[in-house]
Ligand binder design. Structure first.
Ligand code: SRM
Ligand code: SF4
Length: 689
């Protein structure tokens, strides 16, 4: 199989099928209507919504001819006795590291071997552990456990990820078993957080007491359970075979065991995965209409709850074929948006998901891991063929995709009513990194009030189930550690994300998490220079390489590391995360960012249409025009601030602001200005407290 589709061709295929995804053409013009009613899938067959169902108008799946060439990882999986050998032996040696085969296998257990790339000389090995938390749910006990483990066995920080999980960096090999055992005994897991299988299932993180939200979360949990490995390798390795699994809902067990349409390996300890598991990682997100907190279109499968007029969940729209990863200078690799597959009644969702997973299992490429994600299968087959093969495993036809309202990005930051007399509080954490005073304070609050938490797909955290009387003391305590309410945080920071990159990610070409604070400050300075106001913002995402871990290809302004201290610049995503950005410039040196950003923001300020976002503006203008502006740019004269904060505040106040500012990686002046501007805006809008 060869894949020849370019990124732009692939993007186009995806957007054309969904009436609510923005239409982007690639000559710089965009359709004037951002919500066009386009092609719909037409269903010619009536379907029954109850299980088990008979195959109608579909035939038994035919297995493709066995591929001869297989990647190294396929052989390692095959010879591993279901992800055990040689990891079990390698863990027992005195060496600080494990061999290549074991390094591949430990991923399935939720861990990566790493070394510190800042250090010269002999490699200092350690392991990163990643938890699995469907829809980001984290019990009070697990939070406190992870907080302790980070101090006792990690590098003293916790990392919240773009897929609603924790990462714990820096665990030494000799401590791995203790750490794993502790996590498992906290009724949590790292099983399948990495490796060629279904990863953490995203779901809307807000703890709303609403039927649709709760149904979406339950569905995310059920899908996660359905696709959890069954052969016991995880518990054998870390808790000597002790069985510590929670009871599964009967519908999950039934769907997993169902083999009416040839999906399973009968008698195998891994009925869905078999010995080879999937060709590559696999990602699923579930959400409710309008709520695009999960970046739904970037997933292999996107599932959207569809309700009736009374808010009762009836079924699901399903998208397929999203993914971000690409390789520099290889146009046959590309980020891609998921596209509509169809609608299924609610009782069929696990069967439909399983059928899609099995289609990828049987047909995804296993010879070259660069092309193994399901997005390449769908790009090469086209959605019609893909749908017809999935229907064979599903045993039914998909119904037509239901119409959905516009997507919005929801952050859940700040205080909100849960709808059951409790409150929740969403906190912005820069790049999901919890450390220092912030870590100590978060722990104190979570422990003192016995709070459960939810992690968001934007590296943030939500404190759940808070009584109204606790709101004031919690707000005050958090603020002292720099955990401010969103109105006091620079809007650029609120939507920005960076991946971990250096020093531990082996694939990083340049900085991301460590570089972003300075980049955001510089963007803010450019905003001020060209006359953009404090409340204006753009979605900025940065990665240290083209793999796309912080989803930079959905950003309005994406920085993708393409050399030491240099980035590709991607433009054209939307604040609602519904359009793919496009690559604008390569190899922009970090110290030269202003040369590109100043003209872009200058003209955005002057030539945009009413309320036009930066991403929309760059697409409307066209990259040729933007390039011309950048090439001809001679700069604007800025007016330096005429005031000095020290002159306006007493020493004590200044020191406090300075301390708080340092926690947020800002100057005292910047923070003071943010607070004053926010206060003034709130007063103007009549929302002053
Ligand atoms: Fe990622 C590999 C970190 C979300 C695409 N990712 C890695 C590794 C494990 C590097 C490695 O293979 O050795 C990184 C570990 C760095 C470290 O030191 O912590 C890493 N990825 C992350 C996290 C922590 C980024 C973050 O800022 O939060 C995210 C953890 C998610 C989780 O909790 O499960 C993370 N990675 C993503 C996403 C976003 C998403 O899933 O929504 C993507 C793009 C979506 C997608 O998969 O298409 C993503 N990561 C990749 C890829 C490229 C995959 C591809 O299809 O080509 C790799 C490299 C690979 O798999 O070969 C990768
Ligand atoms: Fe590492 Fe690249 Fe992912 Fe960043 S995007 S964490 S550099 S793999």
């Amino acid at each position: 199989m060869t894949t020849t589709t370019t990124s732009f061709g692939a993007a186009n295929t995806a957007v054309l099928k969904d009436p609510k995804i923005q239409i982007r053409s690639f000559d710089g013009l965009r359709s004037s209507n951002s919500s066009l009613a386009l092609t719909r899938n037409v269903n010619l067959f009536s379907v029954s919504s109850s299980r088990p169902s008979l195959v109608r108008a579909v035939s038994t799946p035919v297995k493709p001819e066995t591929e001869t060439k297989r990647s190294k990882v396929e052989i390692i999986k095959e010879q591993s006795n279901y992800i055990r050998y040689p990891l079990n032996e390698e863990l027992l040696t005195d060496a600080p590291n494990i061999n290549e085969s074991a390094t591949q296998l430990i991923k399935f257990h939720g861990s990566y071997q790493q070394y510190n790339r800042d250090e010269r000389g002999a490699k200092s090995y350690s392991f990163m552990l990643r938890t699995k938390n469907p829809c980001g749910k984290v019990s009070n006990k697990l939070y406190l456990t992870m907080d302790d483990l980070a101090d006792q066995f990690g590098i003293g920080t916790l990392r919240l990820t773009t897929r609603q999980t924790f990462q714990l960096h820096g665990v030494l090999k000799q401590n791995l078993k203790t750490v794993m055992r502790t996590i498992i005994h906290s009724m949590a897991s790292t099983l399948g957080a990495c490796g060629d299988l279904n990863r953490n299932v995203l779901g809307p993180a807000a703890p709303f007491a609403r039927k649709d939200y709760q149904f979406a979360q339950k569905t995310a949990e059920n899908i996660a359970a359905l696709l959890t490995p069954q052969s016991g390798f995880y518990y054998d390795m870390w808790v000597d075979g002790e069985k510590i699994m929670t009871a599964e809902p009967p519908e999950v067990v039934k769907a997993r065991n169902d083999n009416s349409h040839g999906t399973n390996f009968p008698g195998s300890p891994e009925p869905i995965y078999g010995t080879q598991f999937l060709p590559r990682k696999f990602k699923i997100a579930v959400t409710v209409p309008t709520d695009n907190s999960v970046d739904i279109l970037t997933n292999d499968i996107g599932v959207v709850v569809v309700t009736d007029a009374n808010g009762e969940p009836q079924g699901f729209n399903i998208y397929v074929g999203g993914g971000m990863g690409r390789t520099h200078r290889l146009e046959t690799t590309f980020p891609r948006l998921a596209e509509p597959l169809g609608y299924v009644p609610k009782e069929d969702i696990l069967y439909a998901v399983k059928a899609i997973v099995v289609t990828q299992r049987e047909n995804g490429r296993r010879d070259d891991r660069k092309y193994s994600r399901m997005k390449y299968l769908i790009s090469s087959w086209g959605i019609e063929k893909f749908r017809s093969v999935v229907e064979q495993y599903y045993g039914k036809k998909f119904e037509p995709f239901r119409e959905l309202p516009e997507w919005e990005f929801k952050s859940y930051l700040g205080w909100h009513e849960q709808g059951n007399s409790g409150l929740f509080c969403g906190l912005h954490i820069d790049n999901g990194r919890i450390g220092g005073k912030m870590k100590k304070t978060l722990r104190e609050v979570i422990e003192k009030y016995n709070l459960d938490v939810q992690l968001t797909p934007n590296q943030n955290i939500i404190l759940c189930g808070i009584r109204k009387a606790w709101k004031r003391p919690i707000t005050a305590t958090l603020a002292q550690a720099g955990l401010l309410q969103p109105k006091y945080v620079d809007p650029l920071n609120l939507t920005a994300m960076a991946c971990p990159a250096m020093p531990l990610c082996p694939l990083a070409i340049t900085e991301a998490e460590r570089g972003i604070p300075d980049i955001l400050k510089r963007v803010r300075a450019v905003f001020e220079k060209v006359g953009l106001t404090y409340n204006e913002s753009v979605v900025i995402r940065i990665t240290g390489c083209p793999n796309g871990c912080s989803r930079p290809y959905m950003a309005e302004l994406g920085f993708v590391g393409d050399g030491p201290n240099s980035y590709q610049i991607w433009l054209g995503g939307t604040p609602s995360q519904t359009a793919l950005a496009r690559s604008f410039m390569n190899k922009v040196k970090i110290q030269e960012l202003e040369k590109v950003l100043e003209p872009l923001f200058y003209y955005w300020k002057r030539k945009r249409q009413s309320k036009e976002s930066f991403g929309d503006f760059t697409i409307r203008m066209g990259f040729e025009k933007l390039q011309e502006w950048v090439d001809k740019w001679e700069g604007v004269v800025s007016t330096p601030p005429k005031y000095n904060l020290r002159l306006f505040s007493d020493k004590d106040t200044y020191d406090k602001i300075d301390e708080l500012a340092k926690l947020q990686n800002k100057t005292a002046h910047q923070l003071a200005m943010e607070i004053i501007r926010n206060y003034a805006t709130a007063q103007q809008n009549g929302k002053g407290e």
